[in-house]
Design a protein around this ligand. Structure first.
Ligand code: OAD
Length: 246
């Protein structure tokens, strides 16, 4: 059974004094809602499915039906789950500190459904369709056929960032700028293996921010963080919020 770490007093004090908190979240934050992560050994999506087929432009073009089937399955899954106490605590946290920027690698929209407003979707959103050729947003027709762009006739694709693709420019610019200006940086529920998101902690450190990782198990490069809290985000984040509220 997972044991959830206690929160160090010094971290609580730093959070109380913080003017600008930056939070980076990954799939682990949605795990307690029932959304599978990517890299967990047994249940991670990439243990069962091939990312080269399902999360690259080349894979999409070689079999768009397979890719769409998988993303429609994931859309269905995500639309049937609810935000968990970790999402809810982050949304409340936003209202407690002078400024909070939430950068998420998650495409599931659960932070927004929990009430977070300042969310930077670093890897896009699974519920958006985009024209494969032009990148513009395409209205979902709800049809079971392969969707196409009404303007140019190209195939439409899920509006998420795939391997080998650039992060949307506005998300990249604002995530980097906000991270460089924060005084506390929290990395929560991410394996920190996918760049450029995994590099944000370096930017925060260079800016002199206090850094902390919250993860069920410390990640490979956890020693870079000032604080490493091992445990579930759905337990640790509400505890953190309680400690700040007293
Ligand atoms: P990963 O699946 O790589 O990592 C999830 C992390 O969450 C792991 O380090 C787990 O230990 C941790 N974890 C699991 N349950 C948790 C819980 N209840 N509380 C706290 N931590 C928990 O997911 P990401 O780091 O988000 O990109 O992956 C980054 C990107 O790789 C994703 O956005 C996706 C994927 O390929 C694309 O699809 C482009």
């Amino acid at each position: 059974m997972t044991r959830d770490a206690a929160i160090p007093d010094a971290l609580i004090e730093a959070l109380r004094d913080a003017q600008h908190v930056c939070v980076l979240t990954g799939a682990g934050v949605s795990a307690e809602s029932g959304v599978p992560t990517f890299r967990d050994a047994q249940q991670g999506l990439w243990a069962e499915y091939d990312p080269h087929k399902l999360a690259t432009p080349e894979g999409f073009l070689s079999d768009p039906s397979l890719t769409w089937e998988w993303y429609r399955w994931r859309r269905q899954l995500v639309s049937e789950v609810e935000p968990n106490p970790g999402h809810v605590a982050l949304a409340k946290f936003e209202r407690l500190v002078p400024k909070l920027t939430l950068v998420t690698q998650n495409v599931d929209g659960l932070h927004q459904r929990a009430g977070s407003t300042s969310v930077i979707e670093f890897h896009g959103n699974i519920f958006v369709d985009r024209c494969f050729a032009e990148g513009s947003i395409v209205e979902d027709s709800g049809s079971k056929e392969l969707p196409t762009c009404p303007r140019c006739g190209s195939l439409a694709r899920p509006g998420v960032v795939w391997f080998g693709e650039a992060i949307p420019g506005d998300a990249m610019d604002s995530a980097f700028a906000e991270t460089a200006a924060c005084d506390i940086f929290l990395s929560i529920g991410t394996s920190s293996q996918v760049y450029p998101a995994a590099g944000l902690v370096e930017i925060a450190r260079s800016a002199g921010a206090v850094t902390a990782e919250i993860n069920v198990e410390p990640t490979e490069d956890a020693s870079i963080f000032d604080y490493v809290l091992a445990g579930r985000s759905g337990v640790i984040l509400p505890k953190l919020l309680d400690s700040l509220s007293v």
